[in-house]
Design a protein around this ligand. Structure first.
Ligand code: ZN
Length: 268
């Protein structure tokens, strides 16, 4: 019996050593809400189906794209920005979106951002610290960046081509010494073709004049704030012609990975 107690104390002590230095969120809280599913976007459904203004009523933080794929959508502090393929950042509150993810950013905890030489290093450090792998985590980093590489995509005209093909014409910008906000949604690996599994990052500069989908980043310092989400709502388009006729079941995970992380515009 005594030996068993000693073993239990040892086990507890080792658990304490391994437990992450972050606050454990309470159950409940707000939902993470998305409009449409990522496979629909992958297959070229770029017409906006949900007003951005409606999404602002469901969350003050989020990311996605806008009607006709006319840039990257960034929702921060209740304001919507559109980072377009020509490099401009404009108000997006009066447009619509074919795919976006939002949530009210009610913080569960914060921690200093680890300095990171690459985006993959930042993601690995966050994964080691924020353990809720099968839940959604909204992550907001106020960051002092040594460098960042971002992209946006040009507005499309019908008939639409698949996203992987369109993304070959993306605009890519590399900047050094920038301050701003990294907005991340970390979705569980199991979301499959419904949303973007793993980390998905957008960025907007402190001056709100530079933004896009993050391909790489070198972080000097910053503050990470996070909100864990255990309720997931999907708004399916109800007035999008042909939505119910499309086969949304193909496994497009490899194509999605290429779309999310391709660093250079392709020459093909
Ligand atoms: Zn994106």
């Amino acid at each position: 019996m005594r030996r068993r107690t000693a073993a239990a104390i040892l086990a507890l002590a080792s658990l304490a050593r391994c437990s992450p230095p972050v606050a454990v969120p309470e159950r409940g809280g707000a939902a993470i809400v998305q409009t449409s599913i990522i496979n629909a976007l992958m297959l070229g459904r770029y017409d906006g189906v949900t007003p951005v203004a409606d999404l602002l009523g469901l969350g003050d933080f989020g990311l996605g794209t806008v009607d006709r794929l006319d840039g990257e959508l960034i929702i921060l502090d209740g304001r919507a920005y559109q980072a377009r393929g020509d490099g401009s950042v404009v108000d997006a509150s009066r447009t619509t979106t074919p795919f976006a993810v939002v949530t009210p950013f009610e913080e569960d905890g914060s921690l200093p951002c680890p300095p990171s030489r690459r985006l993959a290093d930042l993601e690995a450090a966050l994964d080691a610290t924020l353990p809720w792998k099968n839940s959604f985590v909204a992550i907001r980093i106020e960051a002092d960046l040594e460098a960042i590489t971002i992209r946006s995509v040009p507005r499309q005209e019908p008939p639409y081509r698949p996203l992987e093909e369109v993304s070959r014409g993306q605009s890519v910008w590399a900047r050094e010494e920038v301050k701003g906000t990294l907005l991340g949604i970390r979705s569980p690996a199991w979301v499959g073709g419904l949303s973007v599994p793993g980390h998905h990052w957008h960025f907007i500069s402190a001056g709100r004049d530079l933004g896009g989908h993050v391909l790489d980043v070198r972080v000097r310092a910053g503050t990470v704030r996070y909100a864990v989400r255990r309720e997931w709502r999907i708004l399916l388009p109800d007035d999008s012609p042909g939505f119910d006729a499309v086969d949304l079941t193909p496994d497009l995970s490899r194509e999605l990975k290429r779309v999310e992380s391709a660093r250079e515009p392709s020459t093909q």
